[in-house]
Ligand binder design. Structure first.
Ligand SMILES: *[C@@H]1O[C@H](CO)[C@@H](O)[C@H](O)[C@H]1NC(C)=O
Ligand SMILES: *[C@@H]1O[C@H](CO)[C@@H](O)[C@H](O)[C@H]1NC(C)=O
Ligand SMILES: *[C@@H]1O[C@H](CO)[C@@H](O)[C@H](O)[C@H]1NC(C)=O
Length: 310
């Protein structure tokens, strides 16, 4: 009986074990495969997350750059429009028209500042194709000086229209008293209107760049003027500061590639506008076509007693 049982057991063992073994192996395989799947899914999930993150970052970056672009557009467009040619409002236009109305008294004083009276007659030199007179140019130079007192602009001094002929004929000694209360060496820029009888130019002394530049809207050079102004600096320094002024590294330049006048009447406008633009370190960005507008702008600026870009 014992033998029989053991024989049955061996047979069972021989039959069951392989089956059991097979089942266990299959089970193990399934577990392993499932684990693999789980691992793969985890990896995919991680990758998804990181892609999501990247997408989120990219979207953020796009948004930021879009905002920056819009800001750039707004700011640069604004400042360009503003700094180049501020638009005159209808109210300002009406004030300008009234000042230029030649049916009204020519002797009427329309602006008083800097110890200068500007009458309608003076203002009318800004109309049409008239020649600007000394009062208008000198008043405008004072507006430029005044703007230069504000912190955000270069410090500017300007000579009056009588300075150039005087210094050319008599040198520094003939104008030394004109700067009794002014230390020209404390400024960034000195603007000098150049009166050539029938023509106006502008010259700028830039102490920061150690350079004197001559601006002629008819394209001429003026070495004589440049040399005279450099001598003026030397003599003025010796006179007021009692020491020599080293000008060995100063450069004298006739400006090239600058806007040119197309008719014989706008030289004063060109000269004043060179000074207005360059004394705020801006690019020269005007030409003959802007003159009718710039004349009206100048009328308003004189009436207001301040530059529109200030
Ligand atoms: C200069 O003027 C021109 C035409 O008037 C304009 O297209 C340009 O944007 C201006 N540039 C600057 C820097 O103001
Ligand atoms: C300006 O005109 C007024 C009168 O409107 C006069 O009293 C004054 O003396 C004048 N000033 C100058 C500098 O001509
Ligand atoms: C002279 O300037 C005026 C106004 O600025 C303009 O209307 C006219 O066309 C100009 N003439 C020439 C020849 O450019």
């Amino acid at each position: 009986m014992g033998q029989f049982v053991s024989a049955i057991a061996s047979i069972l063992y021989m039959i069951v074990w392989p089956i059991a073994y097979h089942i266990i192996k299959k089970h193990d395989e399934v577990v392993e495969r499932t684990q693999k799947l789980i691992d793969e899914q985890k990896l995919t999930l991680q990758r998804c997350n990181s892609i999501n993150d990247e997408l989120r970052v990219k979207r953020l970056r796009d948004k930021v750059s879009e905002c920056l672009h819009i800001k750039d557009l707004l700011i640069s467009d604004d400042s360009k429009e503003e700094s180049a040619f501020p638009e005159l409002t209808p109210k300002q236009e009406a004030i300008i028209n009234n000042a230029l109305d030649s049916r009204q008294p020519a002797s009427e004083v329309l602006a008083t500042k800097f110890n200068i009276n500007i009458t309608r007659q003076d203002i009318l030199t800004l109309a049409g194709l008239n020649w600007l007179n000394d009062e208008v140019i000198n008043f405008y130079m004072n507006l430029i000086i005044e703007r230069g007192k504000m912190n955000k602009w270069p410090k500017v001094y300007a000579m009056n229209t009588f300075f150039y002929p005087k210094v050319m004929s008599g040198g520094q000694s003939s104008v030394r008293r004109w700067t009794r209360k002014v230390d020209i060496f404390s400024y960034d820029i000195i603007a000098i209107p150049i009166h050539l009888g029938m023509h106006w130019c502008m010259s700028l002394i830039d102490f920061r760049k150690r350079r004197i530049t001559y601006y002629d809207s008819m394209g001429s050079s003026n070495a004589k003027c440049l040399k005279a102004l450099l001598s003026y600096l030397e003599d003025e320094h010796l006179d007021k500061k009692k020491t020599e002024y080293d000008v060995s590294d100063w450069r004298l330049t006739n400006a090239r590639d600058i806007p040119q006048q197309m008719n014989g009447s706008d030289c004063g406008m060109f000269a004043c506008t060179f000074a207005e633009v360059l004394t705020r370190d801006a690019e020269i960005n005007f030409s003959q076509e802007h003159m009718p507008y710039l004349r009206r702008k100048m009328v308003f600026e004189i009436l207001e007693g301040r530059l529109l870009i200030s």
